[in-house]
Ligand binder design. Structure first.
Ligand SMILES: NC(=O)c1ccc[n+]([C@@H]2O[C@H](COP(=O)([O-])OP(=O)(O)OC[C@H]3O[C@@H](n4cnc5c(N)ncnc54)[C@H](OP(=O)(O)O)[C@@H]3O)[C@@H](O)[C@H]2O)c1
Length: 287
């Protein structure tokens, strides 16, 4: 069985499927998207991470949420066991002719997008809704107040924040109280700048969800950071990606990972990381 942990009130898998590669640029089409989600669920994965903004710049909006809905509707397993998390506050744009990400953390926009997310996911209440990224144009507290309102309107059961500093986590805790259950920040061997927030979440009782836990699907700038993971992987006869995920999960029982995948094979391999036990010596070597 895939490793389970408590994310707020949800009993879910410590390893979730990051849906983003299935619907942004360079995705392999909706058929492969549904196959990948079904493969993950069939293997026991019970957490899917999507966002309002997971679509191709200039294309149809919310294709990520629509794909998740389609995959769950055509899956013959226990739908009510699956935690679906989504996010609001980001949208796609073109900057200098290139697809980019932009933010709108205004209360009106967050509330409007949350309603649209629930609609496209086909649910009355979203399980877990994150505020995707701070908007420098809007005081952080105002965006958090909007997330509180979204919850009191019954659109989301629980709230998370993403790309947040310790200071922002504290603002969100003050406003959202117990309805704030998770912080989703970038964290991987090539991105450890957020380690302070990972530790802080453990201290204050919040779950910490690592995004791009494998360094992202674009070639990382510093491949050599993965070398120690490759060495440990060789000793265990597993992929180095499993070692990376197991190392992250070993940082605390409040830690979750949401590896992305373009195809079934990679998420099926990643889901095995919950069974991989690293020795104290190996963990010390990996840092
Ligand atoms: N909150 C935020 O602001 C934010 C930002 C970015 C991402 N996210 C979330 O984080 C999720 C994960 O991030 P990500 O997709 O950028 O990057 P990632 O999980 O670090 O890396 C995904 C890449 O790793 C490969 N991979 C995954 N498992 C593998 C395995 N076991 N063996 C070999 N290769 C493997 C995939 O290969 P294939 O392509 O071959 O399948 C894919 O190219 C996203 O899907 C999204 O849900 C959140």
């Amino acid at each position: 069985m895939v490793l389970h942990r408590n994310l707020g009130p949800f009993d879910t898998t410590a390893i979730g499927l990051g849906e983003m590669p299935l619907t942004i640029e360079n995705n392999l089409g909706p058929k492969m998207g549904v196959e990948t989600i079904h493969a993950a669920l069939d293997a026991g994965c019970r957490q899917i991470d999507t966002a309002w903004a997971y679509y191709c710049s200039g294309g149809e909006e919310q294709t990520g949420e629509k794909l998740v809905r389609e995959a769950l509707a055509s899956w013959d397993g226990p739908r009510d066991e699956v935690l679906v998390a989504t996010k609001v506050g980001h949208f796609r744009n073109f900057t200098d002719g290139k697809p980019t990400w932009d933010v709108d953390g205004s209360p009106e926009n967050l509330i409007k997008r949350a309603k649209q997310s629930a609609f496209e996911l086909g649910v009355d209440m979203i399980d877990l809704l994150y505020f995707h990224r701070p908007d420098p144009k809007i005081p952080y507290g105002e965006s958090c107040e909007a997330m509180k309102e979204i919850r009191s309107m019954g659109i989301a059961r629980e709230i998370g924040i993403s790309n947040a500093s310790i200071e922002q986590i504290d603002i969100a805790r003050e406003i959202l109280g117990d309805s704030l259950i998770a912080v989703q920040n970038q964290f991987s061997p090539i991105y450890t700048e957020t380690a302070d927030t990972l530790d802080y979440c453990g201290k204050v009782g919040l779950s910490f969800v690592c995004w791009s836990p494998l360094g992202g699907f674009r070639k990382p700038k510093d491949e050599s950071k993965f070398d120690p993971f490759r060495e440990v992987a060789e000793a265990h006869g597993v992929s180095y990606q499993q070692v990376v995920l197991a190392w992250e999960l070993a940082k605390g029982s409040h830690v979750f990972v949401i590896p992305g995948a373009h195809r079934p094979a990679t998420i099926l391999d990643s889901l095995k990381a919950g069974d991989l036990e690293l020795t104290p010596e190996e963990l010390a070597k990996l840092g």
